[in-house]
Structures are given as C-alpha cells and as structure tokens.
Design a protein around this ligand. Structure first.
Ligand SMILES: [Zn+2]
Length: 414
C-alpha cells in the first residue's frame, strides 16, 4: 500500500492544458504539452528520481529509480504514460470535482444543469456506488486519459523513493507527448529509457489488461472512368462512381465496424469521392488475427482484380499500406508480462480482465521496436469527452498494482 496521495497529483496535472493537435505537423504537436513535461521534470527531481532527462525538442521526460542493494541485476522494468489529451474536446480550464461516496444516482455536471452523468446512459456507474468519483464541470474532458496514468506512475516513484524498506530492481519511467494523434513513440528513445520490459498505464476500468490489438492497414482505390455525354453514352461511358459502389459490394457485408465487436475484424469505408470520370475510396482494414488480416488484404486486391477484368486493365488502381501490427506476437515470447500482471491483480483482490484492443496503442509500436509493452488500467472512464470520470478508489489500487509488479520483477528470473 502506498501512502502517497495519487489524487492530489492527478488534480494538479489535469488543470494543465495539454491537448494535442493532429493538424500542426510538429513534434510535439502543441507547445503547451511542455507545461506538464516541465512540471513532471521538476517533481521527479524533487523526489529524487535519477538519470533525469527532458527532451526539450520533442517533449519526452525520462527518469530512473536505481535498484536497492542486492537487486541490481533484476530485470529493468519500465512504466510509461502520455501527457497529452484528446483533440476532440477541450482540455483547457479543467475544473475537476470530487463526488464523495457516490450514491448511484445522476450526477449533474454543468452549472446550467444540462450536462448530466447518468447511469441511464453509462450503466457501469452502478459499479462505483460508495466510491469517490472525480468528474468534470461539463465543459471540458477530465484528462484521466492519461493523467491518471501519469499520477499513478509518479505516486509509485515517490513511494519507492520515500520508503527505503521497499526492495526493488531498476525501475524506469517515461512520459510521452502526442499519443492521441498517433505520434507518441515517434521520438521515443529506447536506449535512454533502458528498460527490458515496460507497461503503458493508459487503459480504463480497474483490472483491464491489454496485450492484443488490431493488425492495421489502410486500403485505397482510385477508379478511372470515362465520361461521355449521357445522351450518347451507350457502350462508351464508364461510370467511375458506380464502379466504386460495385467495389464496395464485393466486400463482405457484415465485416463492417457497425456489425463487429471483440476479435472480429472489418473493412471500414472512411471516405469516398466520385464523379463519372473518376472516383476514389479510402478504407481501413483491421483484424486481430494475422491470417485473417492477410486474407482481408488479399480480398481487397481480388475485388480490384475482378473489376479490372470486367472493365479493362487500369480501371481500378489499388494500394494497401500496413499501419501497425498486433503486439501479441511480440508479447507471447514474454508472456510473463501478462501472467505477472494477472498474479499481482489477483493477489490484490482484483479480477483481471483481458481486453482485445479494437485499435492500436503506443505499447504496440514499442513492442515492435523491441520493448515488449502491454497496457494496464488506470481507473478512468468515458475517455475523450465531457462525461469522463475517474474512480479515486480504483486509481489508488492501480498504484498498488504498479508497486506489486515492481516487487514481482525484483525476484524474477528471465
Ligand atoms: Zn490514452
């Protein structure tokens, strides 16, 4: 158990606006992320984290907690959280409020009474009766994604550094920018970080453990038609827009994000533009299973081939680009990362929940760069919106999970 106040840290961090922005093209995408980076750097220094490094160009903060005597050769275990918040809802002037001993009823968030956090819309609120919840004032997001993770890692660090009776191996910490816009690992310095294994602390519900994500590709088609005056078009016109429709009709109807869940993959038509002369469509292709993922990409190409045979070579140009892969392939050889997390949770009375991520994570990117990195819960809910909230009780337990992992790895033989 940690005596360090993770909530006090969290309330301090969420008041700093760190919204990222995928339109700037810079790294970090917004300079205001440095405001939190600077504060974390200062706080890490104050509590005695060593090997501190602040990458002022790209806004990453790294630090280490050296092993206690006798555990210098234990595996180096790292913890990572991201500092930015979603670009969907403002993270400026966040005014967090603690609802003590939640009674299971509606929580009115905004002063005009219009924004209400209700178990009718969010039934899982019922699981938090009797807990203290941190909510927004209905005008901004909360930023538990991922400042809950940041605060929990900082509380773990301060616990280790203030309580010399806790034995541990080398522990690494990093805070990253721009996760929300997919740039969180672009300038991550694996050598400087120096961990053998790591966990991102960026999930939701207490007990969630994520080590599978989608394999992901982007598929595009461009259809070259032939525009002819419609009055004189017989056997001459080739309508590119209609061929675009036809292409889509060749893909399996139910393999669509609207009809899939859990480990079911899909083709998602994300954009389409067309005229008679030319048309273009963009898709994302997703599947957890590598074989099914490859099958989907083959089918995408086969649909284009079929149309080229029907309408003539060069009618449909197709391109597929892989975006990221399922981290399970990189975690499986180090499955102790999953087993140990489950063991620690169980020992704390928490039921581990396996969640296959229907998206990607920074941890997936890092796993493919050579740092196996599953994702753990934070105790935050309803991310990226005004209804975001965090459970005080769960956040405290997450600190205990992190400390538990640190303890397991001090004795762990790889
Ligand atoms: Zn996040």
């Amino acid at each position: 158990m940690s005596n360090i106040d993770v909530i006090e840290k969290f309330l301090r961090y969420v008041k700093i606006d760190t919204q990222s922005d995928d339109t700037t093209g810079t790294s970090p995408s917004t300079m205001k992320q440095h405001d939190l980076a600077k504060l974390l750097f200062k706080e890490m220094k104050e509590i005695g984290v060593s090997d501190l490094y602040y990458d002022q160009d790209h806004c990453y903060v790294y630090g280490k907690i050296p092993a206690t005597s006798g555990f210098e050769n234990a595996p180096k275990i790292g913890f990572i959280a991201h500092m930015d918040t979603s670009d969907e809802v403002s993270g400026k002037d966040v005014k967090p409020r603690i609802v003590e001993n939640y009674d299971g009823k509606d929580i009115t968030l905004s002063s005009d009474g219009k924004v209400v956090l209700s178990p009718k819309s969010f039934p899982e609120l019922k699981n938090h009766v009797g807990e203290d919840l941190i909510v927004t004032d209905g005008t901004t997001l909360l930023g538990a994604d991922d400042k809950a993770g940041v605060a929990e890692i900082m509380a773990m660090a301060e616990t280790l550094l203030t309580d010399p009776s806790i034995q541990h191996g080398p522990v690494m910490i990093a805070f990253t920018p721009d996760e929300e816009i997919g740039g969180g690992t672009d300038y991550f310095d694996l050598d400087r970080f120096g961990a053998d294994y790591a966990y991102t602390i960026d999930g939701g519900k207490l007990g969630e453990l994520e080590y599978e994500n989608f394999n992901a590709a982007e598929g595009k088609i461009k259809v070259n038609g032939r525009s002819v005056h419609p009055g004189d078009a017989k056997n001459k016109m080739v309508n590119a827009s209609l061929i675009c429709y036809e292409f889509h009709s060749l893909l399996p109807v139910f393999q669509n994000p609207m009809y899939t869940e859990k480990r079911e993959g899909f083709f998602h038509l994300s954009e389409v533009n067309g005229s008679t002369e030319s048309a273009a469509a963009s898709y994302i292709i997703r599947d957890h299973d590598e074989a099914l993922f490859n099958e989907k990409k083959e089918l995408f190409k086969a649909a284009a081939d079929f149309l080229n045979q029907k309408y003539g070579e060069g009618t449909v140009e197709v391109s597929i680009r892989d975006q990221y892969y399922n981290m399970i392939e990189k975690i499986r050889p180090h499955i102790h990362l999953v087993d140990n997390a489950k063991k620690v949770m169980t020992s704390l009375g928490i039921d581990p929940i396996d969640v296959p991520i229907r998206g990607g994570t920074d941890g997936a990117m890092l796993s493919y760069k050579g740092l196996p990195c599953p994702n753990l819960c934070t105790g935050g809910y309803n991310y990226h919106g005004k209804y975001e909230y965090a459970s005080v009780n769960e956040m405290k337990k997450v600190v205990d999970i992190i400390l538990g992992l640190v303890s397991v790895y001090k004795d762990f033989d790889i």
